[in-house]
Design a protein around this ligand. Structure first.
Ligand code: FMN
Ligand code: SF4
Length: 554
């Protein structure tokens, strides 16, 4: 079924994209359905998946960020009250993470994002206030800055592209492989291997998808790259396209980042004007078309198979792999899906060479990584560090320590590990150091959990997040997240203590039975918390089952 739908919607492809059409909710669904040769129910089923296309959203005027950093800052209720005082009750909804975690107290209003106490006076807000990055960008690497180094002029871009296109594709692929670059989107898959696989797959057409969905609350490094270093990101896309033989690409940007959508769209337009995108780039006989698509409020669309479904206008449920996208991806054609930061790393690698890049970092984690530090640190912002740097150094020297007494740092998004302060010493910023210790570096977002913040509430927030964002394809995640949310919510109200044996069963089921890392990965922060942190709240302790395993009635 999905194969047929892909083929049919594929007739329109990226140029006249079905997902973009679906977002125009005022349109006659029947007309869109017949234009794309799909059933009305297919359109409706997809539309209803997205937060931004729901009736409630359409009647609201402002949205308070309900991401984890904003939760921990403790001011969400105040931000909402401020906005309601100006806009009226019912006009204020919620959105998950607006990528202003360095500031917290974030909200979206009138197509722009704001943060840090700006809710009190929305009449004075304007694009200029929204536009300023408002965060510190620094570099703490023995090399010069790489991804955070400015690469902002089209002259630089054209010169780098010319250098590139004078070389052989195979040689450049070897440089990427030799650099040891691994995906920055969370899983750390070797980039050269993925590109090689796509290049070798039999097909008439191939695609490059830049994953700019950056859904992890706490992360804002991709937002920085898309807004401040768009040429660096686009350069990586063109290199990926040229090497793999893909002539078309798409940047899928989180709908919660309106500024990123505008900047990327504008820069792409300018590159077309200057002959640096499109047909016969720099008269080298190379074609590459690039499109921008804005998401519509669904975290799961960051997962690569869901992302592909979303671009095609299908309901963005996760697909079983294999086949992997590099063999059968967008419109069933070989597709490279890479994270924004991964693609942004390519220019520095080609400039400095594989060996020099690989000499940075440690072991299999080479190069540098952008780290997002939230408002819980004394010096929040974005920092580029060399892989392998110690976590203690990062916290003490770079981030300036914590603003308030802090018991743990949630690193790597909602599915990343909760690192208690006692475990910071001994951890380094590299993929293996984190996984070996039972945590996850992921996309390297850092959210501070204050000493005063109850962990029962924190875990309930994570279950609630997964409950809301689950694509619903598999029951361990679809139902498990609801049960977990209920368990922790009842503990908070005092209705019922949490039965530890049931909780362990739930975690085992979600971990082993979930199709993707949304349901499966949630168990990591919960288990870390159970292992290292106190979980009592209003004297409600996590209880132990009085029944034999399998006979629990609670
Ligand atoms: C639930 C879930 C959400 C994800 N969200 C993102 C995301 O927002 N951005 C991203 O780049 N990768 C995300 N990923 C990882 C992608 O599936 C994919 O591995 C990645 O985009 C590949 O790019 P990379 O190899 O350059 O890291 C997510 C994965 C899962 C399971
Ligand atoms: S784990 Fe959750 S998000 Fe992933 S496929 Fe299953 S239901 Fe969908």
């Amino acid at each position: 079924m999905s194969k047929n739908i892909s083929k049919l919607s594929g007739r329109k492809g990226l140029q006249d994209n079905l997902f973009d059409k679906m977002k125009q909710v005022h349109r006659d669904i029947g007309e869109v359905a017949s234009q794309y040769l799909v059933g009305k129910s297919t359109i409706l089923g997809s539309q209803q998946f997205y937060d931004f296309l729901g009736q409630e959203h359409l009647t609201q005027k402002a949205w308070v960020c309900n991401g984890t950093s904003c939760l921990c800052s403790g001011n969400q209720a105040k931000v909402k009250a401020d906005l309601e005082a100006s806009l009226g009750a019912g006009a204020v909804g919620a959105m998950t993470c607006l990528g202003r975690c360095y500031d917290a107290d974030s909200f979206q209003f009138d197509g722009n994002n704001y943060s840090g106490g700006q809710s009190a006076d929305i009449a004075s807000l304007n694009e200029e206030k929204a536009g300023s990055p408002g965060y510190r960008i620094s570099c703490d690497s023995k090399s010069a800055a790489l991804t955070s180094q400015n690469f902002v002029t089209t002259e630089q871009f054209a010169a780098a592209l010319k250098d590139l296109l004078d070389q052989s594709r195979v040689d450049v692929l070897d440089v990427i492989k030799g650099s040891g670059l691994r995906g920055r989107g969370g899983a750390g898959f070797p980039v050269g291997t993925k590109w090689d696989s796509c290049m070798r797959s039999e097909a008439d057409k191939r695609y490059i998808v830049c994953n700019g969905d950056e859904g992890d609350p706490g992360a804002f490094s991709d937002r920085y790259l898309m807004e401040q270093q768009p040429l660096r990101v686009i350069f990586g896309l063109i290199v990926a396209g040229w090497i793999t033989g893909a002539k078309e690409g798409v940047v899928y940007i989180r709908g919660e980042y309106p500024e990123s959508v505008t900047v990327m769209g504008e820069v792409i337009r300018q590159l077309y004007e200057q002959g640096l995108l499109g047909s016969n780039i720099l008269d080298k006989g190379i074609d590459f078309d690039l499109h921008v698509l804005a998401g519509a409020g669904a975290y799961i669309c960051g997962e690569e198979t869901s992302l592909i479904a979303s671009i095609e206008g299908r309901r963005p449920e996760v697909d079983v792999r294999p086949p992997f996208p590099s063999e059968e991806g967008l419109y069933k054609q070989p597709t490279v899906v890479n994270n924004v930061e991964t693609l942004a790393s390519v220019q520095s690698i080609l400039e400095m060479g594989a060996e020099a890049y690989a000499s940075l970092g440690r072991g299999r984690s080479t190069g540098t990584k952008l780290v997002s530090l939230d408002a819980g640190f004394s010096k929040p912002g974005l920092v580029e560090v060399e892989m392998g740097v110690s976590l203690q150094h990062l916290i003490d020297e770079v981030a300036g320590g914590f603003r308030v007494p802090t018991k743990a740092i949630h690193i790597g998004g909602p599915l990343g590990g909760v690192v208690p302060i006692s475990k910071v010493d001994g951890l380094d910023i590299d993929f293996e150091s984190f996984t070996d210790a039972g945590f996850l570096l992921g996309h390297a977002s850092f959210v501070c959990i204050p000493e005063s913040f109850p962990m029962v509430r924190y875990i309930q927030h994570l279950f609630e997040f997964v409950r809301h964002e689950s694509c619903g394809k598999c029951f361990p995640c679809r139902l498990g997240s609801v049960r977990g949310d209920e368990m922790f919510s009842r503990a908070i109200t005092g209705e019922k203590s949490i039965n530890r044996e049931l909780l362990d069963d739930l975690l085992d089921t979600m971990e082993q039975g979930s199709l993707c890392a949304l349901g499966g990965g949630l168990t990591l922060p919960v288990r870390n918390t159970l292992q290292y942190l106190q979980m009592n709240y209003r004297n409600i302790l996590i209880g132990t089952c009085q029944f034999q395993r399998g006979n629990c009635r609670e």
